[in-house]
Write a protein that binds this ligand. Structure first.
Ligand code: FE2
Length: 270
């Protein structure tokens, strides 16, 4: 349970540090019952990280201390750099009875933790799809694949973030950039991955790949498979994580919470 009482599935998080570096957490908030998400995530602070909201269905109404407000819509993405600090709320709402999506947290390195907050927010129609071969569809949110570069750019972790669908029994491979970490999260169908090519996994399976120039191999099962693929440059820095704030030291964390209590948390408000 997170926020004001949102029931979600955490694919990885605090207990996996530092395996997914530079990624900190992936929450899957696909839900069928409105009572599992309508309480939402009322006003809360963030500092030292970026949060990436990728929505499949419904909408997430949001507002923040920068005076920014709007909706993340189905198929859209919001890449929010909290940097020195932002206070916001995120409220999932159904559209035609459905709501579901994901939130990925990306850590910021020490030298960027106190950068100015910023947003990159895109609708489904602004995010390119590429079909490198028949039956393979890749939604390119960030990074470059099959000659297409995603619209989310200039992110510190130099991430790749793709939503990949393979038709029945199709194979796919992608090279992990040398020195980067890579992971995949299955969101539909079944498939087999990498060294476990004789083991089929399905929805909500989290996979972590080895580093350094290796290639990720995926074989879709008879119904095809859909997965989120993400990779980024590991920071290899100490992590002090307190709820929505992630710094390098416990002192920085204490200071952030003290500032939040005193009303001096925000460095930039618009
Ligand atoms: Fe948040």
């Amino acid at each position: 349970m997170e926020g004001a009482g949102v029931r979600l599935h955490r694919a990885f998080g605090y207990s996996e540090i530092p395996l997914f570096d530079p990624f900190l957490m992936l929450d899957d908030f696909r839900a069928n019952r409105p009572e599992d998400y309508l309480a939402g995530f009322p006003w809360h602070p963030h500092r030292g990280i970026e949060t990436v909201t990728y929505l499949l269905e419904g909408r997430v109404e949001h507002g923040d201390s920068m005076g920014h407000s709007g909706n993340v819509t189905a198929g859209g993405v919001q890449w929010m750099t909290a940097g020195s600090g932002i206070i916001h709320q995120e409220m999932p709402k159904p559209v035609n009875g459905s709501m579901g999506g994901f939130q990925l947290w990306v850590n910021l390195p020490k030298k960027n933790k106190m950068m100015d907050p910023r947003y990159q927010e895109l609708g489904a129609d602004e995010i390119p799809r590429v079909a490198p071969k028949e039956g393979v569809t890749i939604i390119v949110i960030s990074g470059t694949i099959a000659g297409i570069t995603g619209p989310v750019q200039d992110i510190i972790a130099e991430p790749e973030f793709f939503d990949i669908t393979l038709g029945p029994d199709l194979a796919f491979s992608h090279t992990v950039r040398s020195g980067y970490g890579a992971a995949a999260y299955v969101i539909g169908g079944t498939g087999s991955f990498d060294r476990h090519l004789n083991e089929e996994v399905g929805d909500r399976t989290m996979l972590l790949f080895g580093e350094a120039g290796t290639s990720v191999e995926v074989h879709a099962g008879h119904e095809g498979v859909r997965f989120l693929y993400f990779s980024g440059k590991p920071l290899r820095e100490p992590i002090a994580w307190g709820g929505p704030i992630v710094m390098n030291t416990k002192d920085e964390l204490r200071q952030a919470f003290a500032e939040y209590r005193d009303g001096t948390f925000l460095r930039k408000t618009g």
